[in-house]
Design a protein around this ligand. Sequence first.
Ligand SMILES: Nc1c(NC[C@H](O)[C@H](O)[C@H](O)CO)[nH]c(=O)[nH]c1=O
Ligand SMILES: CC(=O)[C@@H](O)COP(=O)(O)O
Length: 161
Amino acid sequence: MATKNQNLSEYDKNSIPNAKQFRFGIVVSEWNENITGNLYKGAFDTLVEHGVLPQNIVIWHVPGSYELIYGSKKMQDQLVDAVIAIGCVIQGETKHFDFVCDAVSQGIKDLNVKSETPVIFCVLTDNTMQQSIDRAGGKHGNKGVEAAVAAIKMAVLRKNA
Ligand SMILES: Nc1c(NC[C@H](O)[C@H](O)[C@H](O)CO)[nH]c(=O)[nH]c1=O
Ligand SMILES: CC(=O)[C@@H](O)COP(=O)(O)O
């Protein structure tokens, strides 16, 4: 298990530069909103902790994780330095889980390839709700925190590249 010896919220805070100069877009799926809401809070709070001005964080909501692709594509046009795509996909009775997860991961990958604005993949793809709870502020930390740190690092890389 990838998180067995790693907490998603733990990182070297001194290694993160002040991010006051940057603007970020966050696109949040409404499916499993008890989870995505916690992921969003973790991401928002981490961005602000590292100097991002709240007025420089744009948040949009989309119906489900599949719509994160289109929402993130349109968010890239909002003059932001990076986008965070937040979703939670949980296995149901059918293969729909596989198709949604594959589509979202490939779609966000394509956005990173085709655009100059990085999109961070903050999408939980879990077998159970408990696994999601554990990764959205539970025993394995908050993936939203991890995503915000990645977003700041990629905004810096984009600026310097
Ligand atoms: N089952 C989950 C979904 N399903 C909905 C899709 O994401 C999409 O909105 C629908 O197929 C219409 O295009 N979405 C999640 O984010 N999480 C799930 O567990
Ligand atoms: C990921 C999904 O779309 C899934 O939760 C839907 O549930 P089911 O496979 O039982 O229709």
